[in-house]
Design a protein around this ligand. Structure first.
Ligand code: KG4
Ligand code: ZN
Length: 348
């Protein structure tokens, strides 16, 4: 089954063609970073308008790259939520229109399920069951995954998501949006041992996270270093490094705890923050000590992309799931409302 996937939930337009037999045939991505950078964050209306401009040319691009004709497409998958309502509507409307015109089914995909299943695009894909750490700009969650659609939330952030904390700290350090990769780059030249940053909530039982205290601690550190003058380059690098280390060790501690609690040895990490090289290395190192394995997507599929939506949609479409022809999106959408794959026949 050949599935066209469309991702337009935030500030990246992603399109891909995934074949359930041959795998990923082509994918294309347009990042809107340059459009939003001067505002220091995503401007929803500008995001929607740019998706309108980009999504159809990207569809043509992937068809050409894959050497396929549109008539060979069997179904369309699109991100139906969570995300920005207007941005989601662009992908949903186009997907439904294409599917109607081509006489094929379409399915709205959950963006976080897309992230969660992105490691399956790799040659070595994780075996079920596993614990997934989803770390993006909007979510920080630990989820037990027994099969596609069989998800149990184990813990989540009570306030800011990890990516959001990275973005806010980036602003404090005078770095552009989206801040995560910029903070990570500064951190490489920093000395974290200069400061003593807290590891939030690690001394309490449970698997929830909280990053707002760490953010305030960072702000206070910035203020203390600034004094009457400005931060030096070394101050900025050291603060970035201390912050990154605090986030990473908190995530690592909770991942190990989740694996132990669930009696599992496989961890999957996905979402924008999973592109962080220090986090990838630390998690691998910590889990190797416990003979546990960690899987994550290729960096290009950590942040938003069309391939993960095409893949997640293809699994459900191939199992017979599809949506009615109305155009509906869900800006807020708890992932545990998704039907298990082995029960989709009942929910069409
Ligand atoms: O998954 P994603 O592309 O979009 C959402 O669904 O939110 O994640 C974007 C988030 C942003 O907060 C960004 O700063 C963060 O992921 N991010 C990183 C890195 N690359 C992206 N955070 C830390 N280190 C990185 N290398
Ligand atoms: Zn995302």
């Amino acid at each position: 089954m050949l599935v066209l996937g469309l991702e337009t939930s935030c500030d990246e337009t992603g399109v891909a063609l995934y074949d359930t037999g041959a795998g990923l045939l082509a994918h294309a991505l347009f990042s809107q970073v340059d459009i939003h950078v001067e505002y220091g964050g995503v401007v929803p209306e500008l995001a929607s308008r740019d998706h309108v401009r980009k999504v159809l040319p990207l569809v043509q691009e992937v068809l050409q790259d894959a050497g396929r004709d549109e008539r060979s497409i069997d179904a369309v998958a699109y991100t139906a939520g969570p995300g920005l309502a207007g941005a989601l509507m662009v992908g949903a409307t186009l997907a439904r229109a294409l599917a109607w015109g081509w006489g094929i089914p379409a399915l709205g995909v959950h963006h976080m399920e897309g992230h969660l299943l992105a490691p399956m695009l790799e040659e070595e894909s994780p075996p079920f069951p596993f614990v997934a750490l989803l770390v993006s700009g909007g979510h920080t969650q630990l989820v037990r995954v027994d099969a596609i659609g069989r998800y149990r939330l184990l813990g989540e952030s009570l306030d800011d998501a990890a990516g959001e904390a990275f973005d806010k700290v980036a602003k404090m350090l005078g770095l552009p949006y989206p801040g995560g990769p910029h903070v990570a780059r500064l951190a490489e030249r920093g000395d974290a041992s200069r400061f003593d940053f807290p590891r939030p909530m690690v001394n309490r039982p449970g698997l929830d996270f909280s990053f707002s205290g760490l953010k305030t601690h960072t702000l206070n550190t910035v203020a203390a270093c600034t004094g009457d003058g400005e931060l030096t380059e070394q101050d900025r690098c050291d603060i970035a490094s201390a912050f990154e280390q605090a986030v990473v060790s908190t995530l690592v501690i909770k991942c190990r705890r989740a694996l132990r609690q669930e009696g599992l040895k496989t961890l999957v990490m996905a979402g924008g923050v999973s592109a962080n090289r220090y986090l990838r290395a630390e998690l691998k190192r910590a889990l190797a000590k416990e003979q546990a394995a960690v899987f994550y997507p290729a960096p290009v599929f950590c942040t938003d992309n069309g391939a993960m939506i095409a893949y997640a949609g293809a699994q459900r479409l191939a199992a017979g799931q599809f949506d009615e022809a109305d155009v509906a999106v869900r800006p807020r959408w708890p992932m545990d409302e998704l039907p298990p794959l082995d029960a989709v026949g009942a929910v069409q």
